[in-house]
Structures are given as C-alpha cells and as structure tokens.
Design a protein around this ligand. Structure first.
Ligand code: PMP
Length: 324
C-alpha cells in the first residue's frame, strides 16, 4: 500500500516522512491510542468525492479519546474540515479511506492513562475493498472471546484492544476463512474483527445491542435507518445465539471497511441458500447509492470535498482555523 504524500500531524499538514515517533512512544509500547476509519466515495457522474458521515465518525473518535482521558482543543467540525483539506491537497479523485489517530506520544516508561500528552494525526489514502469476498464470505466463529467492557471497552476504538481482533482474524485466515465472528464472554454473538453483524431471520433484521461488547458502528446505524425507512422492515437489537446464525435466512457484516459483506457460510454450514440473499442484495445496492450521494434523502450524510456549483468547498483552507 503506497503511503500518502502528506498527513495532518498535531495541527498542521506535513510531508508523510516528517510525521514520525520514537520507539519509546507510550502508544507504541502500551497500545494507548484510539483511531477512526472513514470512507470517501467518488461519484463519477458529478465528478465529486463524498466523505460519508464525517461528523458522526469524529464524534465517536472524540468519545473514544475521552474514554482514554485524552483532551483536545479540536471540535468534530474542525477535524472534518482538516480531513477535507487533506484530501484536497492530494487531489484524490477515487475512493479513499481516512485514518484519524489520537495517541499518547510521551517517550517514557510507565503504564497509565494520566499525566500524558495526546497527539493527533489524520491520514487519507486511496482504498478499495477490505474484505475480498464481499458477495459471499465463508467465516468461522472464533475461539477467541471478544474483549469485555470491563477488560477493554469495545465501544472505544482503542488501538490496544485490536490485538484481540488480530488474534481472531489471523487464526480465521490461516485456517482458510475470509473473516471471523467473535462471541462475548457469555457466549452470545458480538461482532466481527472489524465489523458489526446482522441476521435476517423469520422476516426480521436482528443485531446485537450496544451492550454486547461491540463498537457502536456508524454503518450499523445507517443500515438500521435504511432497513426501517426504505425496506419497511422491523429491526431488533437483542442478544443472538451462535446457532441462530446457522438457521438464519441471511447473515451479513456491516462496517466502513467491509461496507456490506454477505456471509454465505459459517463453519462449513450454508446460510440460507448458500448464496447472497435478496435482502442483503437490496441493502447493498441501496447502501452504495447512498454513500455515493445518489439518494437525495440521505445526501446530508455525504460531505462533498470539492467545490460544487458555488456551494461549499473552500479550497486549501487555513489549518490554523480548524483547531479549537
Ligand atoms: N466493529 C469493529 C470492531 C470495528 O473495528 C468496526 C470498524 N470501524 C466496526 C464494528 C464498524 O464500525 P463503523 O461502521 O463505524 O465503521
């Protein structure tokens, strides 16, 4: 993966090579960082790049930072503006991924969350698929348990907690699966390594509640709106047993990275017909139209990067203005 030319680093845009940290950096040693993941979608008809729900992503990002006792002068609007500016500087005209990171940068020995200095970076780079097999993934239920809220809270996108995801993902992939499903300590379905999960069973969409050690996903929220308001279907947030997934008509992952990925097999058991189901297919089509700004009703979720017909788009904004 090619690195970007510039990154936003502690309040200004610098060449990527200059955004460096030392080996004693607290976050590198103890995992004391939080991150985000945002997509920008290119709309070729309008020749416009739309960043999807940046304010919602930055709200969660700042909440994750708050869990880690990090205090910043940045607002979510300021961070969203800095992101648009960064994309414009690269003049990206393709799908992109944005990675904000807040980390304790002190070069000291001592594990803790207090009396440390938070730093902040944002990188933006061209990006395609996160899971190769979006149309029909074969996944496994992991033998690794999802981190509990009283271990490391999954609702904060905390870097150190992603070692839990990495164990599960690597074991799944080395065993030949596309992805994994993790259970919480009491055996209920939680989520994937980097994605939320839904099933469609007996005419109802079901997803685990936010108290099942999941990340409070923005795609999950997006899908719930589309399911209710566009497909006119019921959505339940409730605990799901592993074997309910085996009996479901359709199961799928949602997330910024995976977008909407059909799960057609779990541990060698076919889900439904064993091919992507009609609800998943409908939702995928709708979702991709929404994120590319093609559905007027949901256009407010899509923030344009470039100036369009006189509205928005302050090119090369002064970055000093975004702090505070
Ligand atoms: N769960 C986890 C563990 C994740 O890392 C992600 C990706 N951010 C998601 C769910 C999906 O969240 P979102 O839809 O906000 O990207």
């Amino acid at each position: 993966m090619a690195t970007p030319k510039f990154v936003f680093f502690n309040g200004k845009v610098v060449p990527y090579e200059e955004a460096k940290v030392g080996v004693l950096t607290h976050a590198l040693n103890y995992g004391t960082a939080v991150f985000g993941g945002i997509r920008g979608y290119w709309n070729d008809t309008e020749k416009q790049l739309f960043v999807f729900r940046p304010l919602d992503h930055y709200k969660r990002f700042l909440e994750s930072a708050k869990l880690m006792r990090m205090q910043f002068a940045y607002t979510r609007e300021g961070l969203a503006d800095a992101t648009l500016d960064l994309i414009r500087r690269h003049d990206y005209r393709q799908d992109v991924y944005v990675r904000p990171l807040a980390f304790y940068g002190d070069e000291i020995i001592g594990v803790r969350l207090h009396n440390l200095t938070p730093h902040l970076s944002i990188a933006a780079l061209p990006f395609g698929r996160y899971v190769e097999n979006e149309e029909g993934a074969h996944v496994t239920v992991s033998s690794w348990t999802r981190v509990d809220d009283n271990v490391i809270p999954s609702r904060g996108k905390i870097a150190g907690a992603y070692v839990n995801s990495a164990f599960a993902k690597t074991d799944a992939q080395l065993a030949g699966f596309d992805e994994t499903i993790m259970l919480s300590h009491d055996g209920h379905v939680s989520e994937g390594s980097a994605e939320n999960i839904f099933m469609f069973r007996n005419g109802v969409f079901v997803t685990p509640p936010i108290t099942e050690n999941i990340l409070e996903g923005i795609t999950r929220r997006t899908m719930m709106v589309l399911m209710r308001d566009e497909l006119n279907m019921e959505v339940q947030e409730r605990c799901i047993d592993r074997t309910e997934l085996f009996l479901a008509d359709e199961v799928f992952y949602v997330g910024t990275g995976v977008q909407l990925t059909a799960i057609t097999k779990i541990d060698y058991r076919s889900i439904g017909t064993g091919a992507m189901g009609p609800m998943t297919a409908k939702l995928r089509e709708l979702y991709f139209n929404v994120v590319r700004g093609k559905v007027p009703k949901y256009r407010s979720w899509c923030t344009p990067v470039y100036a369009q017909n006189g509205s928005g788009g302050t090119e090369k904004k002064d970055l000093k203005a975004v702090a505070g």
